[in-house]
Design a protein around this ligand. Structure first.
Ligand code: ACM
Length: 709
């Protein structure tokens, strides 16, 4: 009797336990915990079940429900990519008979003719050991689900499979964009297409196409052909190419918002049409980077007649509801030098240049509205005279965005998402559009914050390097945009990002494959191994340090080590983590010690192998001191390890000898940062058994660009 009672109590306890365990597992999909899958972005809801669905040459798809050619093409791409991912030859046969298919894709309806911010992107996936079922309200939802499905494919000891799983997914924000600047450096169509593929992989849904700048006007304009003929060096998209790219993007469920920056950043327009300018020409395409004086004249009616004709043509070319007018960084110098403009301001009671720009924006907004478009612009366009349907893109931050939303306007965040700042994925990942002042908004105001855009400004990228500056860091941003707000475990993000990094290369992004190629260029006829040892632990300088070190123009080759290395050193991050684990293992510091010693030894010895190669290469001469410093730092790290092992406190003279190594030059000629320094500093501090006198915010303030997650 007692035994039976205990037995039932045991069952009861176990069931309660299982109940809570299942809740924990269901919640884990959207929590701060390390997950058991590779999905990125993490879906809103995910729960794993028992069993797995094998993926082999029998794999077939059936499309049920609503049909359209876009879905067929999506299914074909799914088969192609699955085939590439697994190396298994798969037939593209869309089954008629649902019972014979391994994957059934069910679409309930057509979705929007022109995809908008209201498009339903939700989907569900259910996989058991014999079948997979993907269902969505719209084709765009199907596209999102297909990306998740492909990421579920896993290799184990028995082959490829998809784990049994239930997913219910939808995005957190409706506007998840990537800005690509094709003006500072020209980016041809294939660059845009492969990056659209990358965007689709991580469920980004807006290409913000930055199409005009001081340094280039990049679209064929039939009404005013001197725009592209004289403003582009021949590097522009024909309207036929634009339509091809728009079709390509629509197939991937991506909206395309064109940006034609005005009234500033317009030098390239003024080369062919100086009559639009605030100061007499002639003008030439700008080759330098920065904010320049040339600017349209907002007081002349002819400017609005011109822009009306221009916008009518271009608005017809781009189907999206929104049209970006830039509006940033007008310095007003040419306005204030022009007596007619000064008089106009006085007559109209305008107090400053912002008032004059607001007048210009209001006129442009009316023209755009007339051509069926809603206006988007950077922070600077924000003005209470404008109607509430505009969207403000904030490069200034959440507080500025919150003000916009509080006043009834919609906004998107880009501050914190500038990929050209070359910060870590974790840094972008931790920026949330609804943080800071935006967190204090009410629900209705918060809903006006539509999402954000990562920005790839092109001063320091070429078609060869742009992929590596976008990917994989933009995937971390994409997860912030798509996944629930509480998905924020940085360790797990990096684990999944590594998988995404590989998948992107399968997709045709060149961020990994161009790295060894660029190193090969640098070493001439030598092998790249020793250069790679160095390159793997350095990163380009952060923010806008580069133009302060060298004079850069559009014509400056971007073929140096700073251009070849990847923006975030995985090797240095691994090293930091290993050192942290070792130092937490007191008092003997055994964890990871041998591998740390091995790595430091390699870095110490590398300089003597690399040195002759550096000397022989014009492009590598500048990094001779860098390589020497790495060797000396590694030596200091090894000495610190020895002191730690011997329990002997090193003399102060030792620290004096190495402290200059730790204080890096602020603007090194070679424009690279040594990313193993913070961990070596920690080893040294541990050896000295000092109270940690520099915390890591301090380190970052010195410009090492390092943050510990
Ligand atoms: C900007 O960064 N000026 C938009």
């Amino acid at each position: 009797m007692v035994k039976a009672f205990n037995f039932f109590r045991l069952i009861l306890v176990l069931s309660i336990g299982l109940f809570f365990l299942s809740i924990i597992m269901a919640v884990q999909g959207s929590s701060t915990e390390v997950s058991r899958h590779n999905l990125m972005p993490v879906p809103a809801k995910i729960s794993f079940e028992q069993g797995k669905l094998p993926v082999n040459s029998e794999f077939r798809i059936v499309l049920t429900g609503y049909q359209e050619p876009r879905l067929k093409r999506a299914a074909r791409r799914l088969i192609q990519r699955l085939s590439i991912q697994t190396g298994i030859y798969l037939l593209y046969e869309v089954e008629k008979d649902a019972s014979k298919a391994i994957l059934e894709i069910n679409c309930q309806g057509p979705g929007e003719k022109i995809q908008s911010i209201k498009e339903d992107e939700s989907y569900t996936i259910e996989v058991n050991s014999s079948r997979a079922y993907l269902s969505a309200t719209t084709p765009v939802g199907v596209l999102r689900g297909i990306e998740t499905f492909l990421q579920l494919v896993t290799l184990d000891s028995e082959g490829f499979h998809i784990p049994a799983v239930k997913i219910q997914d939808k995005p957190r924000f409706p506007w998840r964009g990537l800005l690509i600047d094709v003006c500072r450096h020209w980016m041809p169509a294939e660059v845009i297409k492969r990056n659209l593929d990358g965007m689709a992989m991580c469920k980004l849904n807006v290409l913000h196409w930055h199409l005009s700048e001081d340094q280039g006007f990049r679209v064929e304009c039939k009404s005013f052909p001197k725009l592209h003929e004289m403003g582009s060096d021949g590097n522009y998209f024909t309207q036929h190419q634009v339509r091809e790219i728009l079709d390509y993007a629509r197939d991937l469920g991506i909206r395309v918002v064109p940006e034609f920056d005005m009234p500033g950043h317009t030098t390239s327009w003024l080369v062919g049409y100086p009559e639009l300018a605030s100061a007499p020409g002639p003008y030439q395409i700008q080759r330098f980077w920065g904010v320049f004086d040339p600017c349209m004249d907002p007081t002349r009616e002819k400017v609005y007649t011109f822009l009306d004709t221009f916008l009518e043509e271009i608005a017809r070319l781009f189907p999206d509801d929104y049209f970006h007018i830039g509006g940033d960084e007008v310095n007003g110098k040419h306005w204030n030098k022009n007596p007619d403009i000064v008089a106009f301001k006085r007559e109209h009671g305008m107090e400053d240049d912002h008032d004059l720009q607001a007048y210009f924006n209001k006129r442009i907004q009316a023209i755009l509205s007339n051509h069926g478009k809603k206006m988007v612009g950077w922070d600077e366009i924000f003005h209470p005279d404008l109607p509430k349907d505009i969207v403000v893109q904030s490069w200034r931050g959440q507080d500025s965005l919150a003000k916009v939303a509080a006043e009834g306007y919609s906004g998107i965040l880009s501050h914190g998402y500038y990929l050209d700042h070359i910060l870590s994925a974790s840094r972008h990942y931790q920026v949330d559009p609804l943080d800071r002042d935006a967190a204090k908004l009410n629900a209705e105001q918060k809903a006006r914050i539509l999402g954000g855009e990562a920005c790839m400004w092109a001063e320091f990228v070429t078609p060869e390097t742009i992929d590596s500056r976008i990917w994989p860091r933009a995937v971390a941003f994409a997860e912030r945009m798509w996944s629930p707000q509480n998905v924020k475990c940085i360790k797990d993000m990096y684990r999944r990002l590594e998988k995404a990094d590989r998948n992107l290369e399968w997709l045709g992004i060149t961020h990994r494959s161009n790295y060894p190629k660029m190193l090969e260029r640098l070493v001439g006829n030598h092998p790249i191994d020793s250069l790679k040892v160095l390159a793997d632990i350095v990163e380009p300088v952060k923010f806008y340090t580069r133009p302060h070190t060298h004079e850069y123009t559009q014509m400056t080759p971007l073929n140096r080590l700073v251009d070849a290395v990847r923006p975030e050193s995985n090797k240095a991050r691994q090293f930091r983590n290993m050192v942290d684990e070792m130092l937490a293992d007191t008092p003997n510091y055994m964890t990871n010690k041998e591998i740390i010693r091995e790595w430091l030894t390699e870095w110490r010895g590398n300089n003597s192998i690399l040195r002759p190669i550096l000397e022989e290469s014009f492009l590598l001469n500048e990094v001779i001191p860098l390589s020497e410093d790495v060797a000396a730092l590694a030596e200091a790290g090894l000495q610190a390890l020895d002191y730690l092992g011997s329990n002997q406190r090193p003399p102060q003279s030792w620290l004096n000898g190495i402290s200059s190594l730790l204080d890096r030059p602020e603007k090194p000629e070679y424009e690279l940062e040594i990313m193993i320094i913070p961990a070596i500093r920690k080893l040294i501090e541990a050896a000295l058994s000092l109270l940690v006198s520099h915390n890591f915010e301090d380190s970052d303030a010195h410009g090492w660009g390092v943050e510990y997650p």
